[in-house]
Design a protein around this ligand. Sequence first.
Ligand SMILES: Cc1cc2nc3c(=O)[nH]c(=O)nc-3n(C[C@H](O)[C@H](O)[C@H](O)COP(=O)(O)OP(=O)(O)OC[C@H]3O[C@@H](n4cnc5c(N)ncnc54)[C@H](O)[C@@H]3O)c2cc1C
Length: 305
Amino acid sequence: MHDVIIIGAGPAGLSTAFWCDELGLDTLVLEQAEQIGGQLHRVHNPIENYLGVKANNGDELLELFAKDVESAEFDLWTQAAITSVDLKAKRISLASGETLQSIAIVIASGVSPRRLGVPGENEFVGKGIIESAARDRQLFAGHDVCVVGGGDAAVENALLLADVCPTVTVVHRGKKLRARREFTERLQAVHCITVFTESVLTRIIGDETVAAVEIRRKAGIKPFQLAVRGVLIRIGVEPNTQLFRDQLETDEKGFIKVSSTQETNVPMVFAAGDVSNPLAPTISSAAGAGATAAKVIAARLSAGR
Ligand SMILES: Cc1cc2nc3c(=O)[nH]c(=O)nc-3n(C[C@H](O)[C@H](O)[C@H](O)COP(=O)(O)OP(=O)(O)OC[C@H]3O[C@@H](n4cnc5c(N)ncnc54)[C@H](O)[C@@H]3O)c2cc1C
């Protein structure tokens, strides 16, 4: 029996665990991946907005987090494949056959990139699908590329690619780009960027590597092909809540609803980080939410003991 089991070892889960340890709680963190860090592994831009710390990328910030994690005494299991969770009973079953029990559960399972679900999307990973313009743009220098999406991340990546690519075509489903004005104004001033609104990418085409994309502009109109060597997809994220969705209250997109103490509608089940924060997903808010959850759990446990 643990005091707290935390699901996920990204910034929210690690911050929760660090605080739980400081508050003397018996804590176990379950991480499904081989490594801790969550989305930090995908952050290739400099991190300049985490108070007091500057890092060249997510891995560099993670190294700082890892030093603190190493000095703490909580248990951390990576490659922990959870098969089922009973939130009311606070019971978690793993693929290894083990069953774990705790007094409180903190869900810090984060988000995953939303997928287009079109032919070629899986096939061309590492062969023309661009993971990050900040990291990979030199590989596509001198080539035409396509960016799918209309939010901040899509437009920011299109701007970075436009520094080195002769043409950048942005394909966006909506009528207007959703990105903040600072980005859209910059985009309008860059002549090599073309924006197709009310358009969808329907296929990624190629042989060994990406050679073209198929785009449909407006429903009903026949798709056409555009020759490109790279495709970057940024169409938002999905909360990792498949395991719990039918046991607690979520919004219509599956993000977990929490109170100001990070508690869900199931007593002693908390959520922290991006999984419960669709409006302000940042490292600072994930770390802060984890600290709040840990402090509240400690207070509840000491009141009950
Ligand atoms: C390209 C990019 C750039 C960014 N730049 C910035 C920036 O400059 N500044 C900033 O503040 N934020 C930035 N962010 C956002 C920031 O990375 C996230 O807000 C932060 O990582 C959220 O932390 P989290 O712990 O809530 O979730 P995540 O980082 O998503 O971690 C969740 C963890 O839970 C694990 N998990 C999921 N399901 C299970 C399960 N069933 N069992 C066990 N483990 C599970 C996952 O494997 C993962 O390790 C950026 C994000 C991206 C993608």
